[in-house]
Structures are given as structure tokens and as C-alpha cells.
Design a protein. Structure first.
Length: 721
């Protein structure tokens, strides 16, 4: 063999066996200005030393990482830990290509929440030097100014020296080897990041530059040199990454790869805790599992969480290696104790869900199916509790909490398909099973609303509720915090509301929560309920929040109903009409005002009292009987103001509302009462028209014009209907 040194010298070298492990080198694309001395790559210790020297000697305040792969993301995090204002630019729509978008979105959110300026779908087209700074020009027309740039666009095999050597190379320069890791030249082996390997699942050629496979290949090559005839059976691409408080890991094929390979697959989402909830420190893990629809074999898995991600993904990688099916997952016997796992491990749970699908106990739809939602054929049913709705809901959905579904399921039409959903999928599944057994056609939205991709608010635009000292945040006394760790949504919010309702005005409540979703939920909850969020901090995967009942103002929160703030933005309305259409309008406005945090008073007088009637009493005077004959018996008997046609018009309106899945008048009235609308019947009008309290619906108030005027004084909206 002829060897050429760096100095250009050549010499002959004899060998019995030759092992090539040149590795890979960073990609340096042909971008204008890329030769700038303030642009670095990171592949080895020497590269790292150069970057550290630049940061120290030039007092770097701003840095940009180009490329959202594993190294790029890890580099961005470490720059941020150094106190450097860090931006991460990625040309693709999402970072970390091994993950599907709904999983990488969670990791992106962690970056943004920790102050990284994340710019996705942005391609760098030029670097310009401007004094001590670099201006990065993007294809979108935007520019980013920085002190230094670290390129992390990817790697290519470092095999240029092997061109014209007689070795077979792939299109991108990878060394081609057989299953024994031997090249086309006898006695020459190759391994590591410079070779093409077989994908363990598809058996297609692929490049997987990871340390684990490279080390195993080294052992196999050594064995084959000694005559063992060992084979390398392929790579799964199992990988893991830490991003601030979160860990993300994947193995096998993702959904994009399965579509490209035309493999029939089913997917499963679940959000279990890393260990039992009652043991301190439990935190949720978001999981996606993909399996072959034809033979049930596991094809891939992805997971994100604070703890337990590595354990789960290793179990799944092992299962894929031995061609396990979803049925095999249900039979895995894994080490259980409350501090380490649940009796039904996440891997078991994935298998149980898969079996439910294959046994036709569960039919799934997915968030992407909402794009093709047809309101004429489908109802989207949110079975979460009302308290949870503040964190958002799917468009066009209606809410019947699972706790009320057995009493209210008859409100749902059987001529439409029902798509159920909850926060994480479990209650949606329970609702689907119940409704299916009662004759409904039901599908569950897999993974619940938690799997929905969040819109990332850019760092410079977001309202930063974190304290400036958050990086060094210290908990002085753990016992001062109400420990809600281990509770999944809506548990933390439910407990907080229970505690807040018992506090006096301006009293404080400190809580610590392990559910990552709480970070955003508590911000929304505090705004909607008009309570003060005094501080919000993260430490070691736990979220610490300090709340104060009410706000620092003269406003008074309604006692024991910590939802409505009473100030001069309240609303009052006089309901004089007894027409169905006007009654519906009145209650729609009232419920809408409630969602905006207003206190609403509805004052029913004269003909409007008909809306509140539930029955007629038999014992009445002659005049009172005359009024009873003229007035509707109850809300179901109300006429419409135009084209009533002896009640046909009212029936038509109710029929259309039902078909369009619009809440009926009675449902609107119940919701208004339950939500705190002050429904007041005018006692003077009741006396005039001979209507007694027994004839009106339960749960309303009675008063006169003085009470109404007092409420009107505190309002800036007063309607007469």
C-alpha cells in the first residue's frame, strides 16, 4: 500500500489487515462569507478550545448556532448557560430530524422558554463582516447580528483521501462495506461514521454517525480479523439528548420515514408518569410508539420528559432488536417499585393501547384529521372538566365533562360521528367506550390536546414571567410550597383553585408542580381568574409558582367563586321580552360576557318572566288564571318574535340549532346559572302577573328595581331585550 503524508511524502506500507476509521467532518456549505474567522465548527476538543478562547478573549455577548441537529441544540444550550444571548437557526420547519414534528415541538418549546431565540424555516444565504460583528443574511430577508457563529449543519464522511484508491465509495463519499464490515479489497475493513450501514428495520443503506454503533463495529472488525466471521446486522439509530430540564430520545423509524418507505403502520400516544404518582417527584413522559399494522411489530418510538426517558427508549430499542410486537410489550416484566416505575410500565401501557386498537375496542383519529373535520357529519366532544378549558380547546368542540357524561349523553345526536378528546387521551378513551356501548359511532383523538403542537412565541416578543435571577433560583424552604408533584393536568389547577377559594383577599399561595404543561397553564389560569402570578421559576424539572388571591387593585373577587372580578366592566341586562329568539340571544350574550371575566346580572320583568317559568299552579285568582292562559307554560313553549306560525317557527329554530350542534335555550340557561350569572326575577312584575316563586326555575334570585339599579351603576354595558 502506498501512503502519502501531509508533507507530500510517499512511502510503501505492508499490511495483513487494514482498518479504516477516518470518521466524519463538519459540513462547510458554499455560503458567501463563510470563511470569516468568527465562524467556527464543533467536532472535537480542539474545536471546543478555539470556541472557548474566542468567547473569553473577545468578551462574546451574542452567538448564533446554525443547524438544529443534536450538536447544534446542545451547543446552543451550553452557550446560554454561559450567559450568552443565543440564537439557533434551522432551515427545516423543526429541529432534531429523528423526531416527528409534534415531539420535536415540545423540545423547541423548552428552548424558547429558556431564552433561546429559535428561528426555524430560515436558511442562511450570506455572512457579512461588520467591524467586530457578523451580519447573517437569511433567505426570508431577515438579518441577525452576532459576535460569533458556530456551524452545526451536519457531517460528511472524511474520505476524500480515499478517492482513486480502488475502494468503492457511495454517492456522498461513504465507504461501502459488506455485513462483515469488509470493503471490496481483501483484508481492508472500515467502520464508524465513514461507512454506510443497513437500517435494521428496512435493510436499506443509510448513514448513522453514532458512537454506540461505531464501538460495536470496532469489536466486530477485531473479531473478524481473528477469524470469527461476525456480522453487523444494522443500526436502529437509537439516540438521546438533554435540553435544559427535558430529555428527548428516539429509536427505530419515525412517521416520516415510514411514509417514505410505504410501510403500513399505526401510531400510539401516551403520557404516563415516570413512576407512580403517589411517590414524590413523579413527572410525565410524552411517548409516541409506531408499529406495523400487518404483523404488529414495533417499528419506532420517541419520548420526551424530565426523567425516565432513557429507561423507556432502551426497552423499546431492545424490543425492536428482537422483533417484538405490541403483544410482547404487554408481557414485559420490568423492575417495579414506586420510586422507579409503575406496576404497568409505559412500555406495557403502549402494548395495552395497541391491543385495544387491534381488538377493535378503540378507533383512533389524530390531530391532523381535524383539518378535514366536517361539522355536518362529526361532533368534536371535549370531555375535560370546565376548569381545564382555560388552557385551550380544539376549534368547533363542545364540552361535556366525563364526570357528567352518563347524565348528559342523550344531548348528543346519534346520526353524527363523535370524536372524543381530553388532555392526554385516557378520559377520551373511557368516554368513547361508554358512548360506543350506547349505540354511538365514536373515535378518540389519540394523545389528547397535550400532543397538539404549540405556537412558539419568539423570545424577544414573549412576556417573560421568569424572574431575572431564575438561573440561580434557590428554594429557601421546600415546606412553604404546596407539593403538587406527580399530579397530571388538571390536578394541579383543581388543587390550586380549591386552596385559593379558601384564602382571604391578597393572601399568597406557593406551589411546586412537576407537570411541564403547568408552566403555561398557570399563566393562562391566573389571567382568566384575575389572580396575581407573583413569580414563576423552574429548577431541576420542578416548577415553583407564587400566587396571590385577587389583584393589587380595589376590585373585589366574588366570594367562593374565584372566576369573576367585579368592577366597572360588568354587564347588566333587562329581559322584557318572552320570545324564544330574544331569550336565546340574551343568554348567548351573557355567557360570552362571562368568558371575558365580566360579572353579569339579568333582570327578568313582565313578559320576560315566561323564560324562567317551569310550571303553572292550579290555585289562582281569575285575573291570575287569565295571565297564565296568555303566558307560555315554560321555556319550551316560548314563541318566536317573527313568523311564529302557531309554534312551528319555534320548533324550526330548535331543530336547526340541534342539527348545527348549538346549545339549546335550556342548556344556555343552565350554563349561565352554573357559571355565576345573577338571574333575578322582578318581584313587582311577579305580583302584577300573579306568578309565584314555585312556578319559576330553581337557583335564581328575586329583587326589585333598586337591586337592578345598584348593579347597573357598576356596569359599563346595560342592555334592554
Amino acid at each position: 500500500m502506498k501512503v502519502k503524508t501531509k508533507n507530500g511524502e510517499e512511502y510503501e506500507e505492508n499490511f495483513d489487515f487494514l482498518v479504516l476509521a477516518p470518521g466524519a467532518k463538519p459540513i462547510f456549505p458554499a455560503i458567501k462569507g463563510i470563511e470569516n474567522k468568527k465562524i467556527f465548527t464543533l467536532r472535537n476538543i480542539n474545536d471546543m478550545d478555539k470556541i472557548k478562547s474566542e468567547i473569553k478573549s473577545n468578551n462574546v455577548k451574542k452567538a448564533v448556532v446554525v443547524g438544529g441537529g443534536y450538536v447544534g441544540v446542545e451547543t446552543a444550550e451550553n452557550l446560554k448557560h454561559l450567559g450568552i444571548d443565543t440564537s439557533l437557526i434551522e432551515a427545516a420547519p423543526h429541529i432534531l430530524a429523528p423526531f416527528d414534528s409534534e415531539i420535536s415541538n415540545i423540545l423547541e418549546y423548552e428552548l424558547v422558554n429558556n431564552g433561546i431565540n429559535l428561528m426555524t424555516s430560515e436558511k442562511v444565504v450570506e455572512f457579512q463582516e461588520d467591524g467586530n460583528e457578523i451580519i447573517i443574511k437569511l433567505e426570508s430577508g431577515k438579518s441577525v447580528v452576532t459576535d460569533m457563529v458556530i456551524l452545526s449543519i451536519g457531517v460528511s464522511p472524511d474520505t476524500k483521501f480515499l478517492q482513486n484508491s480502488g475502494l468503492n465509495l457511495g454517492e456522498r463519499g461513504h465507504i461501502l462495506v459488506n455485513e462483515n464490515l469488509e470493503t471490496n479489497i481483501d483484508g481492508v475493513y472500515a467502520l464508524g461514521d465513514s461507512i454506510l450501514v443497513k437500517n435494521y428495520i428496512t435493510n436499506e443503506d443509510c448513514a448513522i454517525p453514532l458512537a454506540g454503533p461505531a464501538n460495536r463495529q470496532g469489536r466486530i472488525v477485531a473479531g473478524n480479523i481473528m477469524g470469527k466471521n461476525e456480522k453487523y446486522k444494522g443500526s436502529l439509530g437509537t439516540a438521546i439528548i438533554k435540553i435544559f430540564e427535558l430529555t428527548g430520545a428516539s429509536t427505530g423509524l419515525n412517521e416520516r420515514a415510514l411514509k417514505q418507505s410505504n410501510i403500513s403502520y399505526e401510531k400510539i400516544y401516551l403520557h404516563p408518569n415516570n413512576h407512580v404518582a403517589y411517590y414524590p417527584g413523579a413527572t410525565p413522559v410524552t411517548i409516541k410508539v409506531l408499529y406495523n399494522k400487518e404483523n404488529k411489530q414495533i417499528l419506532g418510538a420517541q419520548a420526551v420528559g424530565i426523567s425516565g426517558v432513557d429507561k423507556f427508549i432502551d426497552v423499546m430499542a431492545t424490543s425492536i432488536k428482537f422483533e417484538a410486537t405490541i403483544d410482547d410489550l404487554t408481557e414485559l416484566e420490568l423492575a417495579y417499585a414506586p420510586a422507579f416505575l409503575s406496576a404497568k410500565s409505559p412500555a406495557n401501557m403502549a402494548g395495552f393501547i395497541g391491543q385495544n386498537i387491534e381488538d377493535a375496542l378503540l378507533e383512533q383519529v389524530f390531530i391532523e384529521d381535524l383539518e378535514n373535520y366536517n361539522e355536518k357529519e362529526t361532533i368534536i366532544l371535549d370531555v375535560r372538566e370546565e376548569l381545564e378549558l382555560i388552557s385551550g380547546s380544539f376549534k368547533n368542540s363542545i364540552n361535556i365533562p366525563l364526570s357528567e357524561l352518563r347524565k348528559r349523553y342523550s344531548e348528543l345526536p346519534k346520526d353524527k360521528e363523535i370524536w372524543t378528546y381530553c388532555a392526554v387521551g385516557l378520559r377520551g378513551y373511557i368516554a368513547a367506550r361508554f358512548l360506543t356501548q350506547n349505540g354511538y359511532k365514536v373515535k378518540n383523538i389519540s394523545g389528547g390536546i397535550k400532543i397538539e403542537e404549540k405556537v412558539l412565541v419568539k423570545t424577544e416578543e414573549k412576556e417573560n414571567l421568569l424572574n431575572k435571577e431564575n438561573v440561580d433560583f434557590k428554594v429557601e424552604k421546600e415546606e412553604d410550597y404546596l407539593d403538587l408533584s406527580g399530579l397530571s393536568c388538571p390536578g394541579p389547577l383543581v388543587k390550586i383553585k380549591e386552596k385559593i377559594d379558601k384564602l382571604e383577599e391578597s393572601e399568597k399561595l406557593k406551589v411546586k408542580v412537576s407537570d411541564p404543561g403547568f408552566y403555561n397553564d398557570i399563566q393562562a389560569w391566573s389571567k382568566v381568574t384575575k389572580n396575581s402570578l407573583l413569580s414563576l421559576n423552574k429548577k431541576d424539572g420542578i416548577i415553583y409558582a407564587t400566587l396571590q388571591k385577587g389583584q393589587a387593585s380595589n376590585s373585589v373577587v366574588k366570594e367562593q367563586e374565584n372566576v369573576i372580578i367585579e368592577d366597572n366592566s360588568n354587564m347588566t341586562m333587562v329581559v322584557f321580552s318572552g320570545d324564544l329568539d330574544k331569550a336565546i340571544a340574551a343568554f348567548i350574550i351573557a355567557n360570552g360576557a362571562l368568558t371575558m371575566g365580566k360579572k353579569v346580572t339579568m333582570f327578568f320583568t313582565f313578559w320576560g318572566l315566561s323564560i324562567l317559568k317551569k310550571k303553572n299552579l292550579s290555585k289562582k285568582s281569575f285575573i291570575e288564571k287569565m295571565f297564565a292562559m296568555m303566558l307560555p307554560k315554560n321555556s319550551q313553549d316560548l314563541p318566536v318574535s317573527k313568523m311564529n306560525f302557531f309554534g312551528i317557527g319555534a320548533k324550526m329554530i330548535r331543530s336547526v340549532m340541534k342539527k348545527k350542534n348549538i346549545m339549546s335555550l335550556e342548556e344556555l340557561m343552565k350554563k349561565a346559572k352554573d357559571s355565576g350569572v345573577n338571574i333575578t326575577a322582578c318581584t313587582m312584575s311577579m305580583d302584577v302577573m300573579g306568578i309565584s316563586e314555585e312556578e319559576l326555575i330553581d337557583g335564581i334570585n328575586y329583587g326589585g328595581v333598586g337591586q337592578y339599579l345598584g348593579e347597573a351603576e357598576k356596569s359599563n354595558n346595560n342592555l334592554f331585550i
